[in-house]
Design a protein around this ligand. Structure first.
Ligand code: NAP
Ligand code: HSE
Length: 435
């Protein structure tokens, strides 16, 4: 069998870049058998070539000069695994405009500057692929763009950040937040600055990309409402346990009457729901659509080798389809309006401290009923002289719940109220306000 030698360059040789080189080297024979191509890393751009590296590349591969990659006509495919918006964005743009195919693991870049990059790829007739930017090893972008090309996907629900899921599950096992985060960093799951993980920004960027690909409508990071795990109240964790639920950072993207709604928030997830069973650095994405009903993809969502597997899958697809026009188009061909703030619907959980006296509960029920909010579950326990109320609503408009909570805050019988958290239940597709 004739084999074709394919020189590949990397922008970055950190956790992911080194893993791409290791996996390509270890699997070179398998890849060649499967594709007829022998892939070799010939250049890797870094900041400090003198740095000690666990898996150093061959001599002469590391460079600090981007031009050695951009101007090398023998390199047709480049994997951007360096992260950050600049200089990564400028480099990717120049490579695409110069006719090189680019594979990127950089969700912040794709979520913020996707429009410009896709436009450049289309004009040059090359591919920009980004499987590794969302959920590492899980091939969800390929499934959405290729396998489900004729399916009208209208809901995407997922756990899309490995670091926060690892931290939350380790905390359930007794670790402190600090210990769990340090371990996630040591294992290579976290971003260079873990603020992006714990603030929800990393998950928000991934949900923007998933929504763009699922709905073929441009969704930028700025369109995603998000919050992270830093503000989780220990009382929320205790309440979740009491309600037989767990707390997970959940991303949800929905098409509602021609409007797009994309958000990431900590949510109470019923223990019977598939997302509650996603532990450690694993991710899961549920896709709902007309023909498919529901498909769930679950797997490792972070880590060097896990991400490298997606980078290499993209590189082999590029090599197999280059010069065919395949996937050279922009993933987004329309721009749908955003769902107005407050119009998203979900079951919610909130907590109140109230006077323990006749009529207090009736006032709470009245404030909710006036806004068409129905209570699904209610727990009450003694809390000093007063009572703590844990309320789970049926599906409600977020804006209506905010109004009800503001009204409750003004009552003399209500001492404290928590921020509402969405609830993901196991009661089937129609009950999943967030699914
Ligand atoms: P990393 O370990 O920090 O590696 C970054 C690499 O890029 C390093 O080799 C660094 O050079 C190089 N670099 C950074 N800035 C540069 C600059 N201005 N000029 C030249 N080289 C530069 O990061 P990583 O964890 O591999 O992540 C890389 C990308 O993959 C990010 O976009 C991240 O979001 C994404 N990703 C990561 C994971 C994961 O689990 N780690 C999973 C999915 C996606 P030096 O080596 O000299 O410092
Ligand atoms: N920091 C990211 C995470 C890496 O923890 O999910 C994968 O994108």
């Amino acid at each position: 069998m004739a084999s074709v030698d394919v020189p590949v360059a990397l922008l970055g040789y950190g956790t992911v870049g080194a893993a791409v080189n290791r996996l390509l080297t270890d699997s070179a024979d398998d890849i060649e058998r499967a594709t007829g191509h022998r892939l070799r890393i010939v250049k890797a751009l870094v900041q400090d070539p003198g740095k000690e590296r666990e898996y150093p590349p061959a001599g002469g591969v590391l460079t600090t000069d981007f031009r050695e990659i951009a101007e090398d006509a023998s390199i047709a495919v480049v994997a951007e695994v360096m992260g950050g918006i600049e200089p990564a964005g400028g480099y990717v743009l120049e490579l695409l405009r110069g006719g090189k195919h680019v594979v990127s693991a950089n969700k912040q870049l794709i979520a913020r500057r996707g429009a410009e990059l896709f436009e450049a790829a289309s004009s040059s007739g090359v591919q920009l692929r980004f499987e590794a930017s969302v959920c590492a090893a899980i091939p969800v972008i390929k499934v959405l763009r290729e396998s489900l090309v004729v399916t009208n996907v209208h809901r995407v629900l997922g756990i899309v950040n490995g670091t926060t899921n690892f931290v939350l599950t380790e905390m359930e096992g007794g670790k402190t937040y600090g210990e769990a985060l340090a371990e996630a960093q040591a294992r290579g799951y976290a971003e260079a600055d873990p603020t992006d993980d714990v603030s929800g920004a990393d998950a928000a960027a991934k949900m923007a990309i998933l929504a763009t690909v699922a709905f073929n409508s441009r969704v930028d990071l700025a369109d995603v409402e998000y919050s992270g795990i830093t503000g989780i109240d220990p009382l929320d964790v205790a309440a979740a346990r009491q309600l037989d639920m767990v707390i997970r950072l959940v991303g949800a993207a929905r098409l509602v009457d021609g409007h797009v709604d994309v958000r990431v928030h900590p949510a109470l997830v019923d223990k019977q729901h598939p997302l509650a069973k996603v532990d450690g650095a694993f991710n899961a994405v549920m896709l709902q659509g007309d023909a498919i009903r529901e498909i769930t993809l679950e797997g490792p969502g972070a880590g060097g080798i896990e991400t490298a597997s997606a980078v290499i899958a993209d590189i082999t697809t590029v090599i197999g389809t280059m010069h065919t026009g395949f996937l050279q188009n922009d993933a987004a061909w329309r721009t749908l309006p955003k769902l107005p703030a407050g119009d998203n619907r979900s079951p919610f959980y909130f907590r109140l401290s109230v006077e323990d006296r006749p009529g207090a509960l009736a006032q709470v029920a009245e404030a909710l009923a006036q806004r068409e909010i129905s209570i699904a579950r209610l727990l009450q326990h003694q809390n000093g002289d007063g009572a703590a109320l844990h309320v789970v609503t049926h599906q409600a408009r977020a804006g209506a719940l905010d109004e009800a909570l503001a009204a409750l805050g003004g009552l003399s019988d209500v001492h404290r109220r928590s921020n509402p958290l969405p609830v993901v239940s196991d009661r089937g597709v129609s009950e999943l306000g967030w699914a």
